[in-house]
Design a protein around this ligand. Structure first.
Ligand code: NAD
Ligand code: UDX
Length: 479
């Protein structure tokens, strides 16, 4: 079989960009991205796409209506497809067995049941969502228990490694594509068919094939390793603050060892995003189920350290503001979990904001890409507060950093958006309450310059002293 038609179930942060790039690179394949949410599909078919991702608009504009379609007609798309990607969400379970750790596979199961109900010809079903090891077995059981006469399925694992904010480049120039399949002639044939799709633009040496379970576990492992590096450097940031070492210098020295490498060593207020915490918790649950408590405890520490980092940062903010933020105006710069995305899932800014709101602060929030409603949604969520109306009254959302900061006691930089580096901090200082505080949770600003303007500055992994900064500038006088 040569793949002519692809269907993708789930038009989210993964399904949308991944299938748009497949359509771009494989003009002879018809790609239909489906979602059960009519609203989401409407947005994909409009000028304002449901997600912000640099470069995505151009790709969609080039392919939509030619060989790329967004549709709620799931039945037709499944029927006509040779290959079906399952890219639905796999959030952490919030109730029942494994609550708070296990991945909730209800959307995977419903996708598999839809395929079983609707398919009338052979299909290659590809697990693109991140799932626990052996999830393909669940899909296989559902499909094979409901097979119509003459219909055969092959299940592949093809986890996605894109990061938000760089998704298009990550997809177009993928360092590796991983495909796992059954070790049978039919399974290997299906693997080769999916390889053929990627070979339209990915060099064959970058396409790794393996068995299904290794592929599923590799995805959890990759995210666990990446998050572990961040927790490692964040743990050292606490040591730096206590000793006078500088975490950026430590990262620079450690990262020069080619065995370690320089990437993913940025100390921060903690990692966020929809993947790291969820996938490590998923791995921890898997280890517990496999009766491997020591392994589970090892990975649990990566998540615990991340919680500690968020708490530690927020506690330092409150302590610096004379241990009370009640009724103080505080400006929050950045709400997304990293720059170049409007995604707020598990953003560390949520923890910082909700803690300050609990302490009675008035927050003035600015983010270049997060929708206002999304900020309200995150901060009034029942998991975050029992007093949504009170919270709503204490938040103001702004369309510029300057208006958010005007009259504030303190600025907290939560996301490393580039535009924050070039703000006019002299002007900002003049419009703030004094003493004016600035907490740089991403280590991106010029701290000496800020101290010289008159700010009281704190950052991650480095003790800043007004005296040292003035000396560094060659001044003889104390401020
Ligand atoms: P998402 O929430 O943005 O999108 C999932 C979409 O699936 C939703 O729009 C939902 O309505 C839809 N859906 C659910 N059940 C459906 C069904 N039966 N039929 C049709 N549509 C259905 O999620 P996401 O961020 O795109 O993540 C999807 C998967 O990819 C997850 O397993 C995630 O862990 C993994 N992943 C995410 C990223 C990332 O950066 N976001 C990166 C790699 C892997
Ligand atoms: C991650 C993985 O990188 C990607 O391969 C996988 O497919 C999905 O999960 P994503 O969550 O989109 O991608 O972004 P990523 O760049 O990994 O950042 C995650 C979080 O870690 C962000 O909050 C980011 O600010 C933080 N981070 C990242 C740090 O705090 N320090 C770093 O050095 C790197």
């Amino acid at each position: 079989m040569v793949i002519q038609k692809i269907c993708c179930l789930g038009a989210g942060y993964v399904g949308g960009p991944t299938c748009s790039v497949i359509a771009l690179k494989c003009p002879n394949i018809k790609v239909t991205v489906c979602d059960k949410s009519e609203e989401r599909i409407k947005q994909w078919n409009s000028d304002k796409l449901p997600i912000y991702e640099p470069g995505l608009d151009d790709v969609v504009r080039e392919c939509r209506g030619k060989n790329l379609f967004f549709s709620t007609n799931i039945a037709e798309s499944i029927r006509e497809a040779d290959l079906i990607f399952i890219s639905v969400n796999t959030p952490t379970k919030t109730i029942g067995n494994g609550k708070g750790r296990a991945a909730d596979l209800k959307y995977i199961e419903s996708a598999a049941r839809m395929i079983a109900d609707l398919a009338t010809s052979n299909k290659i079903v590809v697990e693109k969502s991140t799932v626990p090891v052996k999830a393909a077995e669940i899909i296989m059981k559902i499909l094979r228990a409901n097979t119509k006469p003459g219909v055969e399925y092959q299940i592949l694992s093809n986890p996605e490694f894109l990061a938000e904010g760089t998704a298009i480049v990550d997809l177009v120039e993928a360092e590796r594509v991983l495909i796992g399949g059954e070790d049978t002639p039919e399974g290997q044939k299906a693997v080769q068919e999916l390889c053929w799709v990627y070979e339209h633009w990915i060099p064959a040496k970058n396409i790794l094939t393996t068995n299904t379970w290794s592929s599923e576990l590799s995805k959890l492992a990759a995210n666990a390793f990446l998050a572990q590096r961040i927790s490692s450097i964040n743990s050292l940031s606490a040591v730096c603050e206590a000793t006078g070492a500088d975490v950026s210098e430590v990262a620079r020295a450690v990262g020069r060892d080619s065995r370690i490498g320089p990437k993913f060593l940025e100390a921060s207020i903690g990692f966020g995003g929809s993947c790291f915490q969820k996938d490590i918790l998923n791995l921890i649950y898997l280890c517990e189920c496999l009766n491997l408590p020591e392994v589970a405890a090892y990975w649990q520490q990566v998540v615990s350290l991340n919680d500690y980092q968020k708490t530690r940062f927020t506690r330092k903010v409150i302590e610096a503001l004379f241990n009370t933020v009640s009724d103080k105006k505080i400006a929050i710069l950045g709400f997304s979990f990293k720059k170049n995305t409007g995604d707020t899932r598990e953003s560390p800014a949520i923890y910082v904001c909700s803690t300050l709101l609990d302490e009675g602060a008035k927050l003035h929030i600015y983010d270049p890409k997060v929708e206002h409603d999304q900020i309200y949604y995150e901060l009034t969520n029942p998991y975050v507060t029992s007093e949504p109306e009170k919270v709503r009254k204490n938040i103001t959302i702004h369309d510029s950093a300057y208006s958010a900061i005007s009259g504030a006691h303190a600025i907290i930089l939560c996301t490393e958006w580039d535009e924050f580096r070039s703000l006019d901090f002299k002007k900002i200082y003049n419009n703030m309450m004094k003493p004016a505080y600035l907490f740089d949770g991403r280590k991106i600003l010029d701290h000496d310059m800020l101290i010289n303007i008159g700010f009281h500055v704190q950052t991650i992994g480095k003790r800043l002293s007004r005296t040292n900064s003035i000396r560094a500038q060659g001044s003889q006088t104390m401020p």
